[in-house]
Design a protein around this ligand. Sequence first.
Ligand code: ATP
Ligand code: ATP
Ligand code: MG
Ligand code: MG
Length: 301
Amino acid sequence: MWKLKSTRIVKHYLSTNFLVLKMAKSSFEYVKKFEHDDSLLPNTWIVIRLDGKCFHKFADDHNFTKPNDLRALKLMNYAAYTVLKEYSDILLSFGQSDEYSFVLRKDSCLYKRRSAKLLTTINSKFSSSYVFYWNKFFEHLPLKYPPCFDGRIVLYPCDENLIDYMKWRQADVHINNLYNTTFWTLILKGQLTPVQAEKRLSGTVSADKNEILFQEFNMNYNNEPEIFKRGTILLRKSLLHNKVNKSIIVDVHDDMLKDKFWKENIYILSVKKSKQNLMYKGPTTEIIEDQLSKYENHLEA
Ligand code: ATP
Ligand code: ATP
Ligand code: MG
Ligand code: MG
């Protein structure tokens, strides 16, 4: 009898409290109206560019090799590859130094094209992957503090604008890398101070820098690794593996400033979802190896 009564009291207590909470919740809910619709214009290329915050300092604090730390570049590529694995709407991506650009399908409906949702999730996946995979590339070198990346979204209305955007980012690598390679060679091999090296390079054009490297240090800039000169492009291709065609993400260092690249890869920009990617014929990189070993271990979803 007592038990029945107490159960009734508890039930009554819970339902009244639930009602009060529900009423309270709905009276607070008006604050939701302060949120605004930030969905991006339909039928336009969405480019998301991330860039490391104060990475000149981050690079110094972690003893990055100057002017190019290969481990850091590979880590950036691996973090971007992790993003591409998660979001099939990303068709193409390009990275150099501490930045990465991701190009989403023109007709993407990912997160209903909500700007903040796209930028924050992609940035967050990239940033956490950078930290998560740090030791894969830097081994025992400790990560001293959590790095952070800023991000922006830019919309491009036509293919030409998008192609010019990609060319712009790659041209930036060329200019910076030629300058940095000459600057650091003057310091490391030419025993100049940073101030002297800067002075030496002021007013020089590309040909002068090539000449300094060649004449004074017997270095042919053309022989520098492609990853340093051109950055890294990640795209989806097909690969014949154990007699089966696999769709894979490949990392290449092709020249996007040449029309040949865009002629060969124009299928990427086609609005129709291409079932057949272009066959990949390049070397088996670590990123490709990673995918093939996962196929073999049947871990791939
Ligand atoms: P901001 O916060 O405005 O982006 P920043 O210091 O990150 O400032 P950036 O113009 O983005 O400036 O330049 C990135 C810097 O990070 C480079 O100039 C270089 O010093 C360093 N850096 C990034 N990646 C590498 C790398 N792989 N090897 C050596 N240094 C690198
Ligand atoms: P979305 O990507 O749309 O945000 P979501 O699965 O993250 O989807 P949320 O509405 O954000 O959905 O809800 C977060 C969910 O995560 C909760 O419903 C709960 O299942 C789980 N969760 C979060 N924090 C905890 C926690 N501390 N303990 C147990 N479960 C948790
Ligand atoms: Mg930066
Ligand atoms: Mg940068």
